[in-house]
Design a protein around this ligand. Structure first.
Ligand SMILES: [Zn+2]
Length: 715
């Protein structure tokens, strides 16, 4: 996963390096001379130690930013310059963002609950403040005055001006005052409805009582789970608890049981949320129209790679038809299993069947003991192995350095330098194991982003990886699952994206790239841990390191992943399509019927559904990722496309030349130039969806080049 920090983003990760003792450990000061030579600044954040100090930090940051806003707003409009307007705004939002980033780390890591609460409050204060920044009319006037001078700007500077103006336009600042008020009012209503939509989802509680016979096929561990057995022959399944729903869908032999639970699950929050969603769609449409867009999907995608709703839709449609043969053959295989199982040659795979029969097929054909695989992935070995790979690929060197303050004992801090020049590029903290009160997923957090400072020096980034890997036990080291190894490779990719940045402005540095691109480089790096050549560089049995993972196991894992790719992606595409359709062009006076729009798409793109269900009423992404769900598949396809650069290179995923290219063309520029340009420079050709289709099992379609679905040029 990827966490977006305020204004800027970031992530981190931690390891234990037994080589250095405290006495000979380097410190950040050992790198200051080299940094000065490169005109760069290295900063280990100072960490507030009391709740009061956190509150004061945020208040000071906001006061300072307000002073800077006042300065922009009060200058002589006849003398405005690029520096005193657009750059000054980037400077102050960057600096205020540092306080929010730091508060986020405290909130997610501090062992003292009072500190976490203080940090949470500081973040709320920041969020309230940041909303008002867009509506500072005096600041907008100064920036507009500068734009009106028709300045001759180029490259990153030109992009900064253009996108700053775009932000104001999107907030309604260039509308006449009464219309702007109207938009603000609509936004407030939308935000309130969004909260209601989320609350209605969270509030849902849907116990369904079954007998043991109804649940035949489920593992014993399920019946023994707390709260499941609720009577003599009564077992309560919570339709709203995803793992319980999935366990039933994957294992219950009874189709009636699967169907009953599916209908309840896909009708959750029906009464409450169908009307709320209809109102939200109407409000979004109104806002888009007021702001001069033809639809909400155009508004949402304007700032993404897709650039407009039609591009996103066209792309998803191409993928839908592109994977048709794979989807069909998978469903046919599942159908055969169902036909044999039910003695009905005409049995159909319904939406409540696919998980069950896919699970049966996987057990028969691809069984891999995931727990036993852990033996090949002792944490320290994996960490060192990944370090070796990334250092070599990207031309970097990681040195463990002393952390002046540790929020937890096993926290580690590393310096990243360019291995050829010795230039220090930034630092990362690693906080890798779970504990009470800590952030409970895996993510990279930006603490200090890259930026050219007003004094002409470059602020190098500092980030943190906050993860929750399986901790060591009394008799075993930390042994990771293969999925955890994949997560580590992914999150550390985000860290490098942030650290090696060369963008001048905070808003373009590191991972501050369009939302439908930011995951692509890290998704690409996930390929590394499915490749025997890569795995053999570090994965080995912790009891006997001469033992590598057998080739047939790696093959089975890859086959299993591929076996369900058609069904998996068609389901994703169905969600992406219905999300775009809901936010497509719509007459303003026409009421919305969200179920009538979405249900037929689910059926057409995925599998037959029960007509009484209302999938969208419980689809939380519709508030937050609205007209954005397509981005998951979009980024996956770009990731597959970019991976071909390595796959065609001499040393495959370990190829240094390809690695350097990724660093130079993707990581370093960030969003300082259009990412479409960066991707094509990295690829050395136009973008294509063919590598993605090939990866999920559609044969190489190079021959059919030129036909629909061949390229992304349209974007
Ligand atoms: Zn991510």
């Amino acid at each position: 996963m990827h966490i977006k920090s305020f204004l800027l983003l970031s992530f981190v990760f931690v390891g234990v390096n037994p080589i250095f003792s405290a006495a000979d450990q380097k410190t950040v000061d050992d790198f200051r001379a080299a940094a000065a030579k490169a005109n760069a600044v290295l900063t280990i954040p100072s960490w507030e130690q009391t709740p009061k100090a956190i509150e004061a930090m945020m208040n000071e940051a906001i006061a300072k930013a307000n002073t800077a806003l006042d300065q922009i707003g009060s200058q002589d409009l006849a003398k405005v310059t690029f520096k005193t307007t657009v750059v000054a705004l980037d400077d102050l939002t960057y600096e205020a963002g540092l306080a929010a980033n730091k508060a986020t780390i405290v909130k997610e890591t501090d062992t003292n609950p009072e500190m976490r609460t203080a940090a949470e409050n500081a973040i709320k204060t920041f969020e309230e403040w940041v909303v008002g920044v867009d509506y500072r009319e005096d600041v907008y006037k100064a920036i507009k005055s500068f734009a009106d001078t028709r300045p001759k700007l180029s490259g990153e500077d030109e992009k900064l001006l253009k996108e700053t103006l775009r932000d104001y336009r999107r907030a309604g600042l260039d509308l006449p005052p009464d219309q702007r008020k109207d938009v603000e009012q609509l936004r407030k209503e939308l935000s309130k409805l969004g909260t209601d939509f989320d609350t209605n989802i969270v509030k849902v509680n849907a116990p369904v009582i079954f007998t043991k016979a109804d649940l035949d096929g489920l593992p014993e561990s399920f019946f023994a789970s707390p709260g499941v057995r609720t009577g003599d022959d009564a077992y309560t399944v919570m339709a709203n608890v995803t793992w319980q729903f999935n366990t039933v869908q994957e294992n219950a032999k009874s189709e009636a049981t699967r169907k009953q639970l599916y209908i309840i699950r896909d009708s959750l929050a029906k009464e409450a949320n169908v009307p709320v969603l209809n109102q939200m769609l109407a409000l979004r449409n109104k806002i888009a129209l007021r702001l001069g867009y033809k639809s909400w999907d155009d508004y949402q995608t304007e700032v993404k790679m897709a650039k407009n709703g039609a591009n996103a839709e066209k792309y998803i449609n191409e993928l839908v038809s592109g994977i048709q043969p794979k989807f069909e053959s998978e469903v046919a295989e599942l159908q055969k299993l169902k036909a044999a199982d039910t003695n009905d040659p005409n049995a159909k795979i319904e939406v409540w069947d696919w998980r069950y029969y896919a699970n049966q097929r996987d057990k028969q054909k691809y069984a891999v003991d995931k727990e036993a695989l852990r033996a090949y992935f002792p944490f320290q070995r994996v960490l060192d192995g990944m370090f070796n790979i990334y250092q070599s690929l990207f031309g970097l060197k990681f040195d463990k350095i002393a952390a002046p303050y540790k929020w937890v004992d096993d926290l580690q801090l590393y310096m990243v330098t360019d291995s050829a020049t010795g230039e220090p590029l930034g630092m990362f903290y690693l906080d890798m194991f779970p504990r009470e009160g800590k952030f409970n997923h895996f993510a990279e957090f930006e603490i200090i982003g890259g930026k050219l400072l007003p004094d002409g020096k470059y602020q190098r980034p500092t980030v943190a990886l906050l993860c929750n890997f399986s901790p060591p036990t009394a008799d075993k080291p930390s042994l990771m699952t293969h999925q955890e190894v994949e997560t580590l490779f992914h999150e550390f990719g985000h860290a490098l994206h942030t650290i090696v940045t060369r963008a001048k402005y905070g808003r373009f540095a590191g991972t501050h790239v369009p939302g439908d691109f930011v995951e692509a480089p890290s998704q690409m790096l996930q390929n590394w841990v499915w490749d025997k050549k890569v795995l053999d560089t570090f994965a080995a049995d912790y009891r006997d390191p001469s033992k590598k993972i057998p080739a047939e196991i790696i093959k089975k894992m890859n086959d299993a992943k591929l076996a369900n790719a058609g069904v998996f992606y068609r389901r994703q595409f169905a969600f992406a399509s219905l999300d775009l359709a809901l936010h497509n062009q719509h007459a303003e006076d026409l009421p919305y019927d969200c179920v009538a729009i979405s249900n037929p798409i689910l059926e057409r793109v995925f599998l037959p559904i029960d007509p009484s269900t209302t999938f969208v009423s419980y689809f939380g992404h519709l508030n937050g990722y609205d007209a954005g769900y397509y981005g998951y598949a979009w980024a996956d396809a770009i990731a597959a496309d970019m991976a071909t650069v390595f796959e065609k290179a001499k040393d495959g995923y370990l190829d240094k030349q390809a690695g350097r290219k990724l660093r130079q063309e993707i990581y370093e520029p960030g969003d300082s130039r259009d990412v479409n340009v960066s991707i094509e420079k990295f690829l050395g050709r136009k973008q294509s969806i063919q590598p993605f289709l090939k990866k999920i099992g559609i044969g190489d379609q190079e021959k059919s080049k030129g036909s629909a679905g061949g390229s992304r040029e349209a974007r």
